[in-house]
Design a binder for this molecule. Structure first.
Ligand code: ADP
Length: 400
């Protein structure tokens, strides 16, 4: 069965087609600037050059129309007809407390996701627009949702309840949900496979370090805690997001800088993080280059980022009464050996020791800890699309 995986943002759409007989990736692509001037699709049949096409795409429906055209017509086509696509897997940001795993998108389940829009006002509407556009253009094809929050639903209440009046949990759903769940789950399962240990017998800390970044504590094969919270703003200092800080800073700055709620939200989400600290960029490649040239604030941004990741690792070791495996993944985790080295430096007391030569690697599955390190440290490239494709396949193959 061939599966189309769709990840719809407000003005973009990423897609992949996988053949699930052997999980090969057949094609992938990206549509950008949906609903704006200069809409463009970049399509790649695996093994061939990318092809770009500019065309007006006022809504996601036209965008998906062009995806269908790219997949079925011309030299870079990978199927003859959309009927060859057995199902579509959609990445959906927020499933609240409804789903702890991927589900078939029945009208009833879609209603539940619509009720989560309040919790993810930027992401869920775009994700659901992608679902309805696909339903219109591919009638009869089953649709499955894979959720960023699902893997974290196993957290115990002591991990997810905040110190605010309990009634707000009941009234507004104020609790920690966690995000990047598909990625944390994927790399934890891969680590268990690579090390040949059942995941239920492991204590794993997964570090998903990209533009958005989060750390998870996984024990007994389940998520026990994670650093992102009610929204993806909590936790680590990220590219442009502040992460944890004294919540009183928000109201203080609102008064001083005359900011309304939306202004404060923008400040914490878009202008903070390592961008805000360094004043250079949200991208660690730029920040590290500036730091090397002597830019003190860029150096400080790196130090703050590293310090926060270390602090989470330490607190999760305490929460789980130990750790046996640490995994690095996502843009920074997969590509930045200096960052991995700085995070793991001076952690021998916790049994964590990197091997500098083994750590001199990018983007490939490998163990990077020293042979005498008590804790195994691994680099595992994440693959959220593959998880969604697998879940979709497993749900849909039982339908028939
Ligand atoms: P997201 O999916 O959250 O947008 P990614 O996982 O793609 O993020 O990570 C993007 C980030 O990874 C970039 O902003 C950059 O900071 C970092 N990154 C990517 N490649 C490198 C590299 N070679 N060295 C350092 N950082 C890198």
């Amino acid at each position: 069965m061939k599966i189309l995986v769709i990840n719809c943002g407000s003005s973009s759409l990423k897609y992949q087609v996988l053949d699930m007989t052997d999980e090969t990736l057949l094609a992938k692509g990206l549509v950008e600037r949906i609903g704006m001037d200069g809409s463009v699709i970049t399509h790649e049949k695996i093994g061939m050059d990318k092809v770009k096409k500019e065309a007006p795409m006022p809504t996601h429906k036209e965008a998906i129309g062009f995806v269908i055209e790219a997949l079925t017509k011309g030299d870079a086509a990978v199927i003859k007809d959309m009927k060859e696509i057995g199902a579509v897997g959609h990445r959906v940001a927020h499933a609240g407390e409804y789903f702890s795993e991927s589900v078939l998108l029945t009208p009833e389940n879609i209603k539940k996701l619509e009720s989560c829009i309040e919790l993810a006002p930027l992401h869920n509407p775009a994700n659901l627009t992608g679902v309805s556009a696909c339903q219109e253009l591919m009638p009869g094809t089953p649709m499955v949702g894979g959720f960023d929050t699902a893997f974290h639903q196993t957290m115990p209440a002591e991990s997810f309840i905040y110190g605010v009046p309990y009634e707000y949990y009941k009234k507004y759903g104020i609790r920690k949900y966690g995000f990047h769940g598909t990625s944390h789950k994927f790399v934890a399962e891969r680590a268990a496979d690579i090390l040949g240990t059942p995941m239920k017998d492991m204590k794993i800390i997964t570090c998903h370090l990209g533009n958005g970044a989060s750390v998870s504590a996984i024990k007994d094969g389940k998520c026990y805690d994670t650093s992102m919270g009610f929204t993806p703003l909590e936790g680590l200092v990220m590219g442009t997001r502040s992460g944890n800080m004294d919540p009183a800073i928000v109201t203080f700055l609102q008064e001083k800088e005359n900011l309304d709620a939306a202004g404060a939200n923008t400040l914490m989400n878009k202008k903070s993080g390592v961008l805000g600290i360094s004043g250079v960029s949200s991208d660690f490649r730029d920040i590290e280059a500036a730091a090397e040239e002597g830019n003190e604030r860029a150096k400080l941004a790196v130090d703050v980022f590293v310090h926060r990741v270390k602090a989470y690792i330490g607190s999760y070791v305490a929460e789980m009464n130990g750790v046996d495996t640490i995994v690095f993944t996502a843009g920074i985790g997969e590509n930045d050996k200096n960052m991995r080295a700085m995070i793991c430096k001076d952690m021998e007391n916790l049994g964590i020791k990197l091997d500098a030569a083994k750590n001199d690697v990018r983007g490939k599955e490998t163990v990077i800890s020293a042979d005498d390190s008590k804790v195994k440290v691994l680099l595992i490239p994440t693959n959220e699309e593959l998880v969604i494709a697998r879940d979709t396949y497993n749900i849909v193959k039982n339908l028939k």
